[in-house]
Write a protein that binds this ligand. Structure first.
Ligand code: FCB
Length: 473
């Protein structure tokens, strides 16, 4: 098997101070949705609507991480990781979406942070991984400016409580998904299908990022600020003008829209033109773009796949769940996503490790001032637990291929500071419920029992090798 051959050579190709991690998010793993004064999030409401989740499941129990700090930390340690990325449930800490703090909810994260640090594992906190307090959605949600202001307050509350021990802060995870799957296609909570509102939501997510980043930096200039964006190389299906234009549009909305405003303080003009069909941009106030261009230390890259697009029809998004969703591409409904003939994961996402090198080198060329981290990368496959083992060789190959792609980027001069596998363990995969497994660790959903998969063992071996090579230097 390739791991014996590739592992040692690959391990030596990473920098010394490297964050080797795995990632999760609150609603996907915590469960305990009624515990200790937690408020409701938009996902609690959404999963109760018939037809929203393919298997009719929800995150009420998830993989019970809220009650299993010790077990989760022991797993992270057993894998040899030195970093763990998790998110805070905003309604667990601020049940009313305002400044009232639920100390019991905060205590969970404080205990988790302490348990990680006690094992030498560095926490990377994501402040928003999609579980907006339902009370804020009732007041209009992300299309409303006030939500960005509430988010900044929440960021300050979280940082005041944890910032003495936590240095790595990712403000918002994948605002593209939160805005366009949440408010345009309706595939994700809150399940709205309002193209105009989705563009406003995207802006307020970024405004929330800027305000939160500034609040944290003001409190601790040493804090490391990041935002998590999901990137895809976008290829035109042919040289025809209409396909080339489709690639420009998808690249613009998916990739350039968020980086340009976060790092350059301006939305790309061509995409502003495209979006004029559905938005008057009246929600942008003086100073917003400057606020969004907040000091950024690390750009967090979530990478899974590539896109090939045509301007000749086909309305679906490559990632759409079969839950009757509308288009996630407002003003671009004429665009179709086609196969390039590559192997796919259980999500139907095409596998292209070289695309990760392309994304990283492009970002470094365009934004040389910022370090990069891969904060999500992984694959769903239909695993089988067999006699206490999970031989997930396809996932092992996926992780190995993408780590080699990271090493290629490092050797091309990209300042890459970390890699986080998605995910530490199988969990609640949004509209797909428990039907898609992304973990390095297999979870028996009935009992919560955890079993490290072959991919997890391989990754753990690689990390241990990489760390010991560097420690020996
Ligand atoms: C990303 C999400 C993460 C998980 C993976 C598969 O878009 O950030 O929560 O669902 O996809």
């Amino acid at each position: 098997m390739s791991n014996d051959i590739e592992g040692p050579a690959l391990a030596a190709r990473f920098p010394s101070a490297f964050a080797w991690g795995a990632a999760t998010s609150s609603y996907q793993v915590e469960g305990a949705t009624d515990a200790d004064g937690r408020g409701k999030s938009i996902w609690d409401a959404f999963v109760n609507e018939p037809g929203r989740v393919v298997d009719g499941s929800n995150g009420d129990t998830a993989i019970d991480s809220y009650r299993n700090i010790e077990g989760d930390v022991a797993l992270i340690k057993a894998l040899g990781l030195n970093s763990y990325r998790f998110s805070l449930s905003w309604p667990r800490i601020c049940p009313d979406g305002d400044g009232r703090v639920n100390q019991a909810g905060l205590a969970y994260y404080s205990n988790l942070v302490d348990a990680l640090l006690a094992e030498g594992i560095t926490p990377w906190i994501t402040l928003y991984h999609w579980d907006l307090p339902q009370v804020l959605e009732d007041a209009g949600g992300w299309p409303e400016r006030a939500t960005a202001l509430r988010f900044a307050e929440f960021a300050k509350i979280a940082h005041d409580a944890l910032g003495d021990r936590v240095k790595h802060w990712i403000t918002v995870n994948e605002p593209w998904c939160a805005a366009f799957l949440g408010y345009a296609s309706g595939e994700h909570a809150p399940g709205r299908r309002d193209p105009s509102a989705s563009v406003a939501a995207a802006h307020h997510l970024m405004l929330g990022h800027g305000l939160a980043a500034r609040a944290i930096k003001a409190a601790d200039p040493e804090a490391t600020i990041s935002i998590g964006l999901n990137f895809y190389p976008v290829h035109a299906a042919s040289d025809s003008a209409v396909d080339v234009d489709a690639a420009r549009r998808v690249d613009g909305v998916q990739n350039r829209w968020f980086t340009e405003v976060a790092l350059r303080g301006a939305y790309p003009e061509d995409i502003v033109e495209d979006f004029k069909a559905i938005s008057d941009f009246a929600f942008i106030e003086d100073g917003d773009l400057e606020t969004i261009k907040a000091p950024l230390d690390i750009l967090s890259v979530n990478y899974y796949s590539r896109f090939t697009v045509t301007g000749n029809g086909g309305a679906t998004s490559a990632s759409a769940a079969p839950t009757g969703a509308g288009s996630a591409w407002p003003a671009n409904e004429h665009i179709g996503f086609v196969s390039a003939g590559l192997p796919v994961t259980d999500m139907g996402w095409e596998i292209e490790p070289a695309g990760l090198t392309q994304v990283l080198t492009r970002l470094h060329t365009e934004y040389p001032e910022v370090s990069l981290a891969v904060t999500e990368n992984g694959a769903a496959f239909p695993d089988k637990l067999d006699d206490g083992q999970v031989h997930d060789l396809e996932r092992l190959d996926y992780v190995q291929g993408h780590l080699a792609a990271c090493a290629d980027a490092v050797e091309a001069g990209v300042p890459l500071v970390g890699y986080f596998a998605w995910s530490l363990a199988d969990n609640f995969e949004w509209a797909w419920g428990y039907t898609k497994r992304f973990g390095l660790v297999y979870v028996e959903f009935e009992t919560g029992e955890r079993t490290v998969k072959d991919s997890g063992r391989w990754y753990g071996d690689l990390v241990r090798r990489a760390r010991s090579i560097r420690e020996a230097e």
